[in-house]
Design a protein around this ligand. Structure first.
Ligand code: NAP
Length: 325
């Protein structure tokens, strides 16, 4: 099969088209003929050499795929060859064939094509487990999401709205802010021209956001805590501006705030399977009904993976970038 290898950690040119033997499934796995594979920021970090695959995962980048099942492991029940599926994988997505744990498979939502289905697993699983589980966002509460136009951000806005929350976002241009408002954001702050702390406090009548989904880290953590409500939950999923934060513990104590975070890729299959069960029940019907949709920025052929990464690193994109083997 054709696949993308990281020949040289560093710039996008290090992604090269290669030939490898077709993968075979373990007893609880399936092989998917990949029709589309989502590109995610963690893939860029892996290419840069700062986010290695967890033990046992393929060294081929790619954390989510959609396609048809072409081989089933001996113990797999409930799935048939030929079934259109999408899957969260710990690696191996940038390829014509990809092994996936059967427990994390989901069907394409009704009316979806492969590109749309491939854009779902990483964002839906991440938003579900961090905003709704760790963050415990409840109807009527306010969510603040940084990076509103990111793949994660576009899904977080829509899911939070669908479950009855108010949503504030930050983004790096007025165009991006308008895009997020169209997706349902109630407040969109261009962080290059306005202070998000003041804007979120004003929007919440001084109370602050109940949940903050943060991918920026660094000095954002202390600023987030200034506009996080009493009892608020701050969920870190990345630290694009740095892993170290200097925070005021008095703010944490007086306002009884919770700082938490997680990373999905290295979690055990049983955890991912549990999330798959929940999103299948609670999110897939919203997708099929068109109340929530993946936002597709652009698609690239597999061989142009480097170009896809350059677009992601430019941060010019809005929504998901997808490869089509
Ligand atoms: N913990 C987990 O389990 C998990 C899972 C998946 C993804 N993630 C993380 O979630 C984040 C979003 O992922 P994604 O694939 O949706 O990414 P993405 O589409 O590339 O979006 C990242 C966005 O972050 C904004 N940004 C803010 N500060 C930035 C900085 N210093 N450098 C670059 N961009 C910056 C940019 O928008 P502006 O132009 O508006 O600033 C950019 O569009 C990534 O950091 C990723 O690593 C975590």
């Amino acid at each position: 099969m054709k696949c993308i290898e990281i020949a040289q950690p560093g710039p996008a040119e290090g992604l090269v088209l290669a030939e490898r033997p077709d993968p075979t499934p373990g007893p609880d796995e399936v092989v998917i003929e990949v029709m589309a594979a989502g590109v995610n920021r963690p893939d860029v970090l892996q290419r840069l050499g700062v986010y290695p695959p967890p033990p046992g995962a393929s060294d081929i980048p790619g954390l989510e795929v959609a396609g048809r099942i072409v081989a089933l492991g001996a113990d797999v029940v409930g799935w048939q060859e030929g079934a259109p599926v999408c899957a969260l994988v710990a690696g191996g997505g940038y390829a014509e064939r990809c092994v996936a744990p059967a427990a994390t498979l989901l069907p394409w939502p009704e009316g979806y094509d492969a590109v749309q289905a491939a854009a779902l697993p990483e964002t839906v699983f991440t938003v579900w487990s961090n905003v709704f589980e760790r963050g415990a966002l409840a109807p009527g509460e306010t969510l603040l999401v940084h990076g509103g136009t990111s793949g994660i951000g576009t899904m977080a806005i829509q899911l939070a709205k669908a479950f009855g929350a108010q949503v504030a976002i930050t983004a790096g241009s007025d165009e991006k802010c308008a895009f997020c408002r169209d997706l349902g954001a109630d407040l969109a702050v261009n962080y290059k021209t306005d202070d998000f702390v003041d804007a979120v406090k004003a929007f919440t009548n001084g109370d602050g956001a109940d949940v903050i989904l943060d991918m920026v880290g660094g000095d954002y953590v202390a600023r987030n805590m200034k506009c996080l409500a009493v009892g608020g939950r701050h969920v870190t999923i990345a630290f694009l501006n740095g892993a170290k934060a200097n925070i005021n513990l008095a703010t944490l104590m007086i306002n009884r705030q919770t700082l938490t975070g997680s990373t999905l890729r290295a979690r055990e299959i049983a955890f991912k399977a549990a999330i798959a069960g929940q999103v299948s029940r609670l999110v897939w019907p919203l997708l099929a009904a068109g109340r929530v949709r993946p936002v597709i920025d652009s698609t690239y052929p597999l061989a142009s993976a480097a170009e896809a990464h350059r677009r992601m690193e430019s941060s010019a994109h809005m929504g998901k970038i997808v490869l089509t083997p």
